[in-house]
Design a protein around this ligand. Structure first.
Ligand code: SF4
Ligand code: SF4
Length: 207
């Protein structure tokens, strides 16, 4: 599950210079999080029209990042060809894939923030920050890269008050890590200093 959130509407308006816009939603992650399914696409259409845009049409693809055939998409959405730009309500993966086919301006309506998951039908956010060097087992399966507000590989920072992070509303990730390691009888993991990650693994090499 890719975790995304909608951009501020004014930011979308600033990006979107073109008048004739077709909106594409995503029927997978964005729908599940209620940021790019049919209700959100229709809401975006209404807001953009109220702001003076001409919305030529809209669709929700079954998965914006996995398109079998762009020709197939075009054949059932003829208005795409008549549009100056596409506004895609999916993660960056979907925007990137569609940009590769569209041959016209493609804009993201969402910001992609992390990898999450689904537990008992509930979306859980911030499960993985895609660091490229996974050491999550050292922390009892709770990733500090993404769940600690400071991304500390060695914690806690000491700022938590009654289990709450000093930065924002979240529970202190390092409190949770401590409890999990205790439960797993792995508290010895906290005795060693974790080295910085191997960021060479994040180097973008040509696939
Ligand atoms: S250690 Fe890196 S790869 Fe593993 S869960 Fe955390 S961010 Fe994701
Ligand atoms: S209070 Fe906990 S979660 Fe917040 S920054 Fe410090 S160690 Fe990280």
């Amino acid at each position: 599950m890719i975790i995304s959130r909608q951009k501020e509407f004014n930011d979308i308006l600033q990006m979107l210079a073109e008048k004739n816009v077709f909106i594409i939603g995503c029927g997978k992650c964005a729908k599940k999080q209620r940021v790019g399914g049919e209700p959100e696409v229709k809401d975006m259409k209404n807001r953009l029209e109220a702001a003076g845009k001409n919305i030529t049409g809209w669709t929700v693809l079954s998965s914006a990042c996995s398109i079998r055939s762009w020709e197939e998409v075009l054949s059932v959405n003829l208005e795409i060809e008549k549009s100056d730009a596409l506004l895609v309500m999916s993660c960056g993966g979907g925007v990137s894939v569609i940009s590769g086919f569209a041959g016209k301006e493609v804009y993201p309506a969402l910001d992609t923030v992390s990898l999450g998951g689904v537990v008992c039908n509930e979306v859980v956010t911030e499960q993985c920050g895609m660091c490229g060097d996974c050491t999550i087992w050292l922390y009892g399966g709770i990733c500090p890269v993404i769940q600690c507000a400071k991304g500390l590989l060695n914690g806690p920072c000491g700022g938590a008050v009654e289990g709450k992070c000093e930065i924002d509303e979240r529970l202190c990730a390092w409190d949770k890590i401590f409890e999990r390691l205790k439960e797993h009888k792995k508290l010895q993991n906290l005795e060693k200093i974790n080295e910085p990650k191997n960021y060479m693994k994040k180097v973008r090499v040509k696939p």
